[in-house]
Design a protein around this ligand. Sequence first.
Ligand SMILES: [Zn+2]
Length: 381
Amino acid sequence: MFFAIQVIFAQSYKKLHNKAIVVDTHNDILETCFNKGYSFDQDLKGKTHSDLQRFKEGGIDVQIFSVWCDGNQKNPFAYANRMIDTLYATALRHPDKINIVFASRDLLKTVQKKKLAAMIGVEGGHMIENDLKNLDKLYNRGARYMTLTWNNSTPWATSALKETKDSLHHQPNGLNDFGRTIVKRMNELGMLLDLSHVGEQTFWDAINTTTKPILVSHSCVYSLCATFRNLKDEQIKAVGKNGGVIHLNFYSGFLDSTYERKDAAFNKKHKAERDSLLKANPEPYFASEFLYAKYKDEVQAMKAPFHLLFDHLDYIVKLIGVDHVGFGSDYDGINSTPHHLDTVVDYPLITKELLARGYSNKNIRKILGGNFLRLLKANEK
Ligand SMILES: [Zn+2]
């Protein structure tokens, strides 16, 4: 009897997952491919978190591909365009499997045809190089969200990292007048404002300037894990009021409050090697990526427990309701995922857990993608 119930449950969660429109608002496979000379239409199993075939296996219908470079990049606008070129080239090779979509109508048509709807999110305002024309150009190439800052500030917006951790940072916190002009232009274009990565003051300035609901593409809850770029309760409540949607990041370090301590111990243990890597590239992600790949067993032991992702979700739902939450995994942009969520193919386990936590089918469809679709439509002209 117990076994029979288990089988029915297994079928029902998979069926629900496959029928729902599943949207992931943040994936860095483009950057990983760019750096390593891969293309995501290749079989990248064992090398990356995602590839074209595995998006399908994970039941992902809509993937927003992050276009990103760090703040040291000399020609960030050209770099962004190069990354967009690679997405276009991949999509052109497989018109039967993936289409780049610009609007909710194309998105729905593409999903109906059982193809991956690919969207573009620009992660970091530095990529427009302080020029509104570049914002328009990226929009015209399909960019449908822009994260106002990455970890680096722009001259017009301060980042969470700079606002909290940089003692040499002298720029006033928040958006300046040009920053507000950019927000207004994004509203006019119908480009979603993404407030992941931004400093608290920039968050408040942006949410008080925008006339449209905002996106948080890949962040978690500060009350459960107090890291510099998770959202505090007052921010979460403001997203609820604004009609926006917070998409949860799968990074162990944003989910698990014990992770930072474990990661610090790992870095201490491998200090000599890390210091030498930091001399080659001062961005900490570079050294971490190398060391994490080398010491896989130690890294495996540091992974966040699976349940924490859903504890963050429940927390937001309790605070502002089920209409304001979704997932933005950050796959291929993070070096530690929770247990059982190793790659994109594990996505159906999310639906299984949501059912187990008592969410209705209707609410699960909202969380998986319905909330994002509402947000996209609300931003379209
Ligand atoms: Zn990010």
